[in-house]
Design a protein around this ligand. Structure first.
Ligand code: KG4
Ligand code: ZN
Length: 337
């Protein structure tokens, strides 16, 4: 079964062809990130205009890379939400047009839930069920119980900001306009503990609370307060802040994930979403390998791409008549999974 998937939930325009949910035949991602740099964040209008220009070339390149024509494809899958309405519409309407023209089944996909299916794309990785899955992206911090490829239950999420949002907003404060979590990770790597007497301790919100809820807005406020207290903002201080921000966020993410894994007697732990690219998060989870099988997708499959959209569609998707498929920017990740 070959699925052509399209993903345009944020500023990326992505397409991929995946065979039987696990084998990537091709995957292309075009991003307009550089164009948003001077505005210090993603401008939805710029994103969707760029996506309109590149969506057809991206799909064409994806088919060429897989050495396939559209007639070789069995099903089409597309992200319908959550995400930016203008961006989602480009992918959804293109996918509907292809499904109509080729009479192929069309599968609507929730992109946040689909993130965890990046774990099925590594041939060397075996997932034992039940598994607990942490999805951490720019707008979401969610824990799921996965009893099989098909059976998912939402366990908890953030009460306010997502982990990625905390990375993005604090990165901007530290002077890295669009670098987000990747910029914090890079600066944190340069931190040398004995280099400075500077020692900021940030809060770990809800770390000791027994629930599977997260909260990151207080952490962001604490960073602003501590940052404004500093007389100077040189590289040593910036790196020290980046280090402590990364430690605080990853401490909470790991503690809650491990708590959920014990609570639900999970055999495996999966991670997905852009923040799952973070090396410190991966290492802190891998430290629990004696108790759980820790599954981490390759970094390139953590941030937005269409390969995991196709994998989700294969394992869990249901085709719908194209007339009934529409972009849903506020699509829930808690219900109807
Ligand atoms: O899944 P994704 O590509 O897009 C959304 O669906 O939101 O996730 C983007 C998020 C951003 O918040 C970005 O700062 C974060 O993933 N991110 C990282 C790293 N790379 C991307 N966070 C921490 N460390 C990284 N290396
Ligand atoms: Zn995403």
């Amino acid at each position: 079964m070959k699925i052509l998937a399209i993903e345009t939930s944020c500023d990326e325009t992505a397409a991929a062809v995946v065979e039987d949910g696990m084998k990537i035949l091709s995957s292309v991602v075009a991003s307009s990130t550089a164009m948003h740099e001077k505005y210090g964040g993603i401008v939805p209008e710029i994103a969707s205009r760029e996506q309109l220009k590149v969506i057809i070339p991206v799909i064409k390149e994806t088919l060429e890379e897989a050495k396939l024509s559209i007639s070789d494809i069995d099903q089409i899958a597309v992200t319908i939400g959550p995400g930016l309405i203008g961006s989602l519409l480009i992918g959804v309407e293109t996918a509907k047009a292809i499904a109509f023209a080729t009479k192929k089944p069309l599968i609507p996909v929730n992109h946040v839930i689909a993130h965890m299916y990046a774990n099925f794309l590594s041939p060397s990785q075996t997932i034992e069920f039940p598994a607990v899955s942490l999805v951490v992206s720019g707008g979401h911090t969610e824990l799921f119980l996965m009893e099989s490829e098909k059976k998912l239950t939402w366990l908890g999420g953030t009460l306010d900001d997502a982990a990625g949002e905390a990375f993005d907003k604090t990165a901007r404060l530290l002077g890295s306009a669009n670098g987000g979590g990747a910029a914090i990770e890079k600066a944190a790597k340069k931190f040398v503990a004995h280099d400075s007497s500077f020692d900021v301790k940030l809060p770990r919100p809800l770390l000791h609370d027994n629930s599977l809820k997260f909260s990151f807005s207080g952490l962001k406020t604490a960073v602003v307060r501590e940052w404004n207290k500093q007389e100077q903002h040189n590289e040593t201080i910036t790196n020290a802040f980046a280090h402590e921000i990364q430690e605080a966020i990853t401490d909470v993410l790991v503690a809650k994930t491990i708590r959920a894994a014990h609570q639900y007697q999970a055999k495996s732990i999966l991670i997905g979403g852009g923040v799952a690219a973070n090396t410190r998060l991966r290492d802190k989870l891998i430290a629990h390998s004696s108790s759980f099988r820790i599954c981490v997708p390759p970094v390139s499959l953590c941030t937005d791409n269409a390969a995991y959209i196709a994998s989700y569609a294969f394992f869990k998707g249901k085709p719908l008549d194209w007339h009934d498929i529409t972009a849903l920017p506020d699509l829930s990740v808690e219900k109807n999974i």
